[in-house]
Write a protein that binds this ligand. Structure first.
Ligand code: GDP
Ligand code: MG
Length: 346
């Protein structure tokens, strides 16, 4: 059997330090986990969906209500309607090019009435969101190494905490590598999340070499037969070193200890940064070969159309969405549920 089904290592690794008392950082401590995810499957799915809907309220209000307002009282879809819908899509951060393409396809589809138009709009958005699906993880013979990258403040550390909690809940052991060594507070924040998630933490002194931290974490995971290693990285450097070069070095260093690693390079993007997120994705993908995207803070924006822009711009699967600050607020991105939530009234 592979290591994936093993329970958590019982003895805490030596390098794991007790988490410090919750510090008064600018970010504040992560909120406590909410009710345990022990409900039966249909209930859980229902809860996840209602939570998604609730958290997408800002986008839903501006988008679904906008569509409703534009179409209300109309019998036919004319150029005026199409223009207003295009504007609404652009306002929602779908991106100018994607909005234009969507409108062209809708025009070509010649919907007979308002209902047909709405269905076509939904279907077109779903089509963009549905590709490509994230690959099923291959059976691993050692620890699965996930490197998490992205600029400062997008939600890397928070996403790592949420992911680690999910893995441990599934019965997998997790080691987190604190390779954002450039800010002391970053490691403390990660320690709190690791503790909460029931994951181990590998940390070195502040300012030490991030590549060495990642290497040590992989080494420790091999020794302890840990299932998953999640590597946190810096998003901005306080030195003159080029960020991309530094992160590439972390990647190479993982590969030195585990030739097939890292298995995943997860890019975290902040939905509230709009089209800037698309530019970040280009930059990180070019340097590192991103395998998946986590889009955070969808609860904090009315411009959730950025999901469409990202899915349209890259052949990189959108794997996770962040819809809040608590440990439960990371969901697998499900195109159908997302579109459903987007278009559902209140
Ligand atoms: P990092 O610099 O990339 O590691 O970002 P952090 O994980 O420290 O997150 C920066 C801030 O964004 C923190 O205040 C988080 O609580 C917040 N954050 C992260 N993800 C989400 C999310 O999905 N929704 C909301 N509302 N806030 C988030
Ligand atoms: Mg961080």
């Amino acid at each position: 059997m592979g290591w994936f089904r093993r329970k958590k290592d019982s003895a805490p690794p030596e390098t794991v330090e007790a988490p410090p008392p919750v510090p008064e950082t600018a970010d504040g401590p992560p909120p406590p986990p909410e009710e345990a995810a022990a409900a039966p499957e249909p209930d859980r799915r229902g809860r996840y969906f209602s939570r998604l809907k609730e958290r997408l309220a800002k986008t839903r209000q501006s988008f679904a209500e906008g569509v409703g307002r534009i179409l209300s009282g109309r019998k036919k879809i004319d150029a005026d309607v199409l223009e207003q819908i295009e504007e609404l899509l652009i306002t929602a951060d779908v991106g100018v090019q994607t909005a234009t393409e969507l409108i062209e396809r809708l025009t070509a589809a010649k919907p007979a009435d308002v209902e047909a138009f709405q269905n076509a709009l939904r279907a077109e958005i779903l089509r963009i969101l549905s590709r490509p699906a994230p690959p099923a993880p291959a059976a691993a013979t050692g620890p699965r190494v996930i490197m998490v990258v992205g600029v400062n403040g997008v939600g890397k550390t928070t996403t790592i905490g949420k992911l680690a909690a999910r893995f441990t809940r599934e019965g997998r052991s997790v080691l987190i590598a604190a390779a954002d060594t450039f800010r002391a507070a970053a490691v403390d924040q990660l320690a709190i999340w690791a503790e909460r998630a029931g994951a181990g933490l590998i940390r070195h002194k502040d300012g030490s070499d991030p590549a060495a931290v990642a290497y040590d974490a992989v080494e420790a995971a091999l020794t302890r037969k840990t299932d998953v290693v999640i590597v946190d990285t810096a998003g901005r450097l306080h030195t003159k070193v080029n960020l991309m070069e530094e992160i590439k070095k972390v990647k190479r260093s993982i590969g030195k200890r585990l030739p097939e690693g890292p298995h995943e390079v997860l890019l975290v993007l902040d939905a509230t940064t709009g089209q800037n997120a698309v530019a970040q994705a280009q930059m990180f993908h070019q340097a590192l070969g991103v395998t998946g995207i986590a889009l955070t803070k969808l609860d904090g924006t009315a411009k959730g159309g950025i999901v469409v822009a990202i899915c349209q711009a890259f052949d990189i699967p959108l794997q996770y969405i962040g819809i809040g600050e608590s440990i439960e607020d990371l969901q697998d991105f499900d195109p159908e549920r997302f579109v459903e939530a987007l278009f559902s009234a209140a």
